[in-house]
Write a protein that binds this ligand. Structure first.
Ligand code: 0X9
Ligand code: ZN
Ligand code: CA
Length: 535
């Protein structure tokens, strides 16, 4: 138990009231004033989630993602039918209180926790959701800021965390400008006195580091389990989707498929709660925001909800009377349940379930666990497979194509030019790259679909080319081969559809191989949009 030195001797903190002998007790957790007693202070929130965890041990686990600057625990709830077992289910994250004064947001998180736990076993819709998803809730990311806000009269309008900056400078970092995706761009401030101070460096705040490390811990076998998220803020009655860093609707770091899906999900949710759906930057530009990192790096389809009210100005708009908590949190229940339901296959909402929600889909925009030279037997001396943005080369026509099929990235042999068209092509043997494991259903036939390009100069021979191999239970089967001939062939994206029937019910890996055997020639290959689809 924490001890507090006072003129009266050493007293256990928990034994003290909010004030003692009329003196303010700065080390005490402040509470809301009586007229706002419906809101939860940090300690009241902790007591409440502990109660929920002990009332519902069959579906709730309480843990933490780390500590705040001042050492407060940042709590985490996991809600799922098998609370201690990893079933590989789609995961959804809800978080609240990046900004201290946004008092309605932890109430929203608590409201979701109650909705899902109280409804489990009685409401069939909620039971189905909890049985088939893993739901994570971080109800208060910034309790240090909240405690400071609550020490005002009645509140201080505080937004940032409580981490000191350099001597003589203002305290606090805007946690929603401290994430490490395009940190430091327009839409944040380098001035520690600013309300939107970005911090000294990306991830300089312990709170954003804790959030980052938790989200990264949900990458299992290289693949991010969290599919969707909502980060709750106030105010404006808006549903925002990425990106915040640019006004472009679909910059190259967003695929067309994801843009349509984000917009459709946001519009459908907005239709249920009367909010306005828009791209984050339509509100204003932000850099270092949570949504940009979670989509840009992890490809989580995320939304910022700006809760009640829509209008108003001044700091009062962050402090609605507690009588409105129930109404303004329940207002979002349908949107929350809808997002949870769509999270196994978000592409369903744009009619793309069959093509993109099969056993496997990788647009190759971010690293998802492919392994170069998995067996350690590759012989290529240059131009090995690399995932990323391919650089265009030209030698009597385009050889490595600079444009990916989806987004901006693909898997390419020698992704960089290194100065000339023949400087970084496949040389000296074979280069291989292997996908993570894919479980094929036993009952339905599946197809492997991908886009590829193979380019070479007229010095090529049939000892050069591109192959697709299925690796399963230690055996290698070539399912496609495109061998070179002694002609000049330019790079061009081609479709491939291969029958995986022989592997029904099996666990497989897809291996891409490019090779330049015998006499050296210019050989370039690339692959994008690898999918295993159901009929
Ligand atoms: O500015 C913010 O951080 C959010 N609005 S608030 O009034 N609650 O401060 C909006 C952020 C949305 N943008 C991204 N997360 N990219
Ligand atoms: Zn906010
Ligand atoms: Ca791509």
């Amino acid at each position: 138990m924490a001890l507090l030195a006072t003129g009266l001797g050493v007293i256990p903190v928990a034994a003290l009231g909010p004030t003692m002998g009329g003196l303010p007790r700065p080390d005490m957790e402040p509470v809301y004033p009586p007229e706002d007693a419906g809101y939860h202070s940090y300690e009241e929130m902790v007591a409440e989630i502990r109660q929920v965890a002990s009332d519902h041990p069959d579906i709730v686990r309480l843990s933490s993602i780390g500590e705040t600057y001042k050492g407060r625990t940042i709590h985490l709830l996991r809600i799922s039918d098998e609370p201690d077992r990893d079933e590989g289910e789609p995961e959804v994250l809800f978080d609240a209180l990046h900004h201290a004064r946004e008092h309605l947001t932890p109430e929203m998180a608590l409201s979701i926790i109650h909705l899902l736990t109280d409804g489990y076993g009685t409401d069939p819709r909620i039971t189905a959701i909890v049985d088939s998803r893993v739901i994570w809730v971080v109800p208060m990311l910034n309790p240090d800021g909240l405690a400071y806000d609550l020490r005002g009269d009645p509140y201080r309008g505080w937004r940032k965390n409580r981490q000191p900056n350099a001597a003589g400078e203002s305290i606090g970092t805007d946690l929603n400008r401290n994430y490490g995706y395009r940190w430091g761009g327009t839409g944040a401030s380098a001035d520690p006195a600013s309300q939107v101070y970005r911090g000294a460096a990306p991830w300089s705040a312990p709170e954003t580091r804790a959030m980052r490390d938790f989200i990264l811990s949900r990458r299992i076998d290289g693949r991010q389990r969290i599919r969707t998220l909502i980060t709750f803020h106030t105010a404006g009655e808006l549903i925002l989707y990425p990106y915040g860093y640019t006004y472009a609707d679909r910059p190259s770091d967003m695929t067309a498929l994801d843009e349509r899906t984000l917009r459709t999900l946001a519009e459908t949710m907005a239709a249920s709660n009367g909010y306005v759906a828009q791209q984050s930057s339509d509100l204003y530009l932000t850099s270092g925001g949570k949504l940009d990192w979670t989509y840009g790096r992890e490809r989580i389809l995320g939304f910022t909800f700006e809760l009640y009210p829509s209008g108003g100005s001044g700091i009062d708009r962050f402090y609605p009377p507690d009588e409105l908590i129930v109404q303004e949190t329940q207002r979002n229940h349908e949107a929350v349940l809808y997002l949870l339901e769509q999270s196994d296959c978000p592409y369903r909402v744009i009619g793309k379930e069959a093509g993109y929600c099969g056993p496997f889909f990788d647009d190759l925009e971010v690293g998802r666990g492919w392994l170069v030279d998995a067996d350690g037997t590759d012989t290529a001396t240059g131009g090995t497979w690399q995932r990323g943005v391919p650089e265009a080369t030209n030698l009597s026509g385009p050889k490595q194509i600079g444009a990916a099929v989806s987004g901006r990235a693909a898997m390419a042999t020698g992704r960089k030019t290194l100065g000339c068209a023949s400087c970084n092509d496949v040389d000296g043997g074979v280069t291989t790259v292997r996908s993570p494991s894919i479980d094929l259903p036993a009952s339905q036939p599946t197809w492997l679909r991908l886009r590829y390009t193979l380019a070479h100069t007229d010095s090529a021979t049939p000892e050069d080319g591109f192959r697709v191999v299925i690796v399963s239970e230690g055996t290698r089967t070539v399912v496609f081969q495109d061998l070179a001939t002694a002609v000049d062939r330019d790079g061009k994206w081609q479709r491939l559809k291969l029958d995986l029937a022989p592997w029904d019910g099996r666990r497989v890996q897809v291996q891409l191989e490019a090779f330049d055997m015998g006499a050296p020639s210019l050989v370039e290959a690339a692959v994008d949009d690898v999918r295993v689809t159901l009929p």
